[in-house]
Design a protein around this ligand. Structure first.
Ligand code: NAG
Ligand code: NAG
Length: 583
């Protein structure tokens, strides 16, 4: 057939198809405009890149390795056990619904609602942080009507082209908004969510338009929109550098656009290259520079604040990519090796429990690493990370360490009268972790208290005045802000080991959390978990979106059938948004 004939034939076929389509859809009308995709006007896809990337590595879409199963085999439960479990699950759902309804009725489309005042707040750009962070929880709790009206609102009324904020946190926007939308898309298949996720990705992509293509953690959105040339600061926090991998990679895999993955692959190269040449080899400091020469800028190393998810994501990237990029397994194993030597310590407790806490290691002068026996709520995710990472890398020692770290956080919760752990405190380590003996070692605690308070008064009086539980030295951040990390580790460990007693630990924690934080409207952060006896708890009128996204979701999943959001099919981002592992 000649080219001309082929062209004619194709034209004929195409117009017939068009006509059929028009007739089929609109048999009562004779003329109908041919539908065309609207022009893609989303502003961040059209702003100029000052430092455009010119090459992109291919997406890791080879055949993933067959990784070991993460979840335990669960026996059938008795009907009594099931009844208790379902009652507990429904209590969590009712609490979620109360917080959600208050948000919906008082602060719809705003970032947060004040759980005491009912006032709307916009600390995250004014894009409905609570709404987007709650989408997947609504789906998982089978609140489908609420889910779809929330998706309608995202589609119609949330735009990432303008903001009410002066400065945007790049990291928070990625884990909450991008992660929340991707997860809700994975669960529901609603394409409007993927489209909105791509908007967030393209907005955030501009926050990496710097000479080194490294992020601007506190990003001036409007300056970027006006075309101002921007750069990264000289140093930033580790979590602000290392916590994009899961969310950006997942966005690239779902859209087949490699540019988001390219950003994280470059950061991963930098982290992988520098990991063994820091002052505590295996760990990156909380404060990092942006090149291999100056990455080891700080002298504090921890799994807690300012660092956490950078470590967490090394293990989770193994799950997301089915082990295809070996850097992640290597980084994960190196960091745990260093943590076992320097970060984890056995606390001194009256019952001599065989448990662990993850602290802080400092090496200011390069004179040798010194472990500081801090205990941060943010570090409590580590138990879950080791349980997951241990399964994925076939290292049962990690699962056992994960158990002891989770038990450490449970002990920290149980230590105070109201049963909640503060944001951060200092406790005492056993001088000899192999043979911890409270009656013999109690003077170590007393010496630490005397040293801390520099007092010549009897140590018993100092302890009483400061309301210190046995083994505790001080509570330097006494607030509890509805954080999820302890229940997160209980959840992961439960799924990994199948140990049903963890459901009872979770329930105990639930009773303490809701007992202390419930308000008329919802649940509130509290200022001090250890007030003087008889004084009421002080509510701080704050309910961050992670209460609905993470804390309530993990509680709900602990009391659900173990197959609901199975860890063999899903991996959670650091805001508890589950991503499908096999896309
Ligand atoms: C979107 O905003 C309009 C105008 O404020 C409002 O009428 C509508 O109900 C909103 N849609 C959703 C789904 O919330
Ligand atoms: C498991 O992890 C521990 C602690 O990091 C390490 O010492 C050990 O060599 C690992 N075992 C295997 C089989 O890789």
């Amino acid at each position: 057939m000649s080219t001309r004939w082929r062209d004619l034939l194709y034209t004929a076929l195409a117009s017939t198809a068009c006509a059929l389509l028009v007739l089929g859809l609109n048999s009562d009308r004779y003329s109908f405009p041919v539908w065309r995709a609207p022009p893609d006007t989303f502003v961040w896809r059209h702003v100029e890149q000052h430092y455009p990337l010119t090459s992109f590595r291919p997406l890791p879409t080879e055949e993933p390795k067959a990784l070991p199963a993460v979840q335990a085999k669960f026996p059938t439960e008795s009907s009594e056990a099931q009844e208790i479990r379902l009652q507990r699950r429904d209590a969590v759902k009712a609490t979620f619904l109360k917080s959600w309804t208050t948000y919906r009725d008082h602060a719809w489309l705003h970032d947060e609602v004040g759980p005491v005042s009912g006032e709307a707040k916009d600390p995250f750009g004014g894009w409905g942080a609570t709404l987007i962070d709650s989408l997947d929880t609504l789906w998982i709790m089978d609140l489908k009507d609420e889910f779809y009206s929330a998706v309608d609102a995202v589609h119609q009324n949330i735009s990432f082209e303008t903001t009410t904020a002066i400065v945007i946190s790049t990291f928070e926007t990625s884990i909450r908004f991008l992660g929340g939308l991707l997860s809700a898309y994975d669960l529901s298949g609603d394409k409007r969510l993927l489209s909105k996720a791509r908007d967030v990705g393209d907005m955030l992509y501009k926050a990496f338009d710097t000479p080194e293509r490294m992020p601007i953690p506190k990003w001036n959105f409007n300056a970027a929109l006006e075309g101002v040339v921007q750069s990264s600061p000289g140093s930033l926090l580790l979590a602000e550098l290392g916590s994009y991998s899961l969310d950006f990679t997942h966005l690239s895999l779902l859209t087949k656009d490699p540019k988001y993955y390219e950003i994280v692959a470059r950061i991963t190269d930098l982290l992988h290259e520098t990991q063994m040449s820091t002052k505590v080899p295996g760990l990156w400091p909380t404060k990092v520079g942006l090149t291999a020469q100056n990455l080891d800028a700080g002298s504090d190393y921890t799994f807690g604040a300012e660092a956490d998810s950078a470590f967490e994501y090394t293990a989770k990237m193994i799950a997301l990519l089915g082990g295809q990029v070996p850097q992640y397994e290597e980084m994960y194993s190196r960091s745990i090796g260093a943590a076992v030597r320097h970060l984890f310590y056995r606390p001194l407790t009256p019952e001599n429990e065989d448990i662990l806490v993850s602290g802080t290691v400092r090496n200011p002068a390069g004179s040798g690493p010194q472990t500081d026996t801090t205990a941060q709520h943010l570090s409590c995710f580590a138990g879950g990370m080791l349980a997951l990472g241990g399964r994925l890398t076939n290292n049962e020692t990690h699962v056992e360490l994960g158990r002891k770290l989770t038990d450490g956080c449970i002990w920290l919760y149980r230590s105070l009268p109201i049963g909640l752990m503060p944001e951060a405190c200092t406790i005492t380590a056993c001088p000899d972790p192999a043979s911890c003996d409270w009656s013999k070692d109690i003077n170590v605690w007393h010496d630490a208290v005397r040293y801390k308070y520099g007092s010549s008064r009897p140590v018993e009086d100092i302890i009483a005045d400061n309301r210190l539980p046995p083994g505790w030295v001080n509570i330097y951040a006494p607030y509890y802000i509805l954080r999820p990390e302890a229940i997160e580790s209980i959840f992961v460990l439960y799924r990994v080991t199948g140990d049903a007693s963890l459901m009872d630990r979770a329930w105990e924690m639930w009773t303490a959390v809701t007992g202390a934080t419930a308000t008329e409207l919802a649940n509130s952060a509290i200022d001090d978990v250890n007030p003087p006896a008889g004084q009421p708890l002080k509510m701080s009128d704050s309910m961050e979106s992670f209460w609905l996204s993470e804390t309530l979701k993990y509680f709900y999943l602990v009391f659900s059938e173990p197959g609901l959001v199975s860890l063999d099919e899903w991996v959670f981002n650091t805001e508890a948004h589950p991503f499908r592992r096999d896309v």
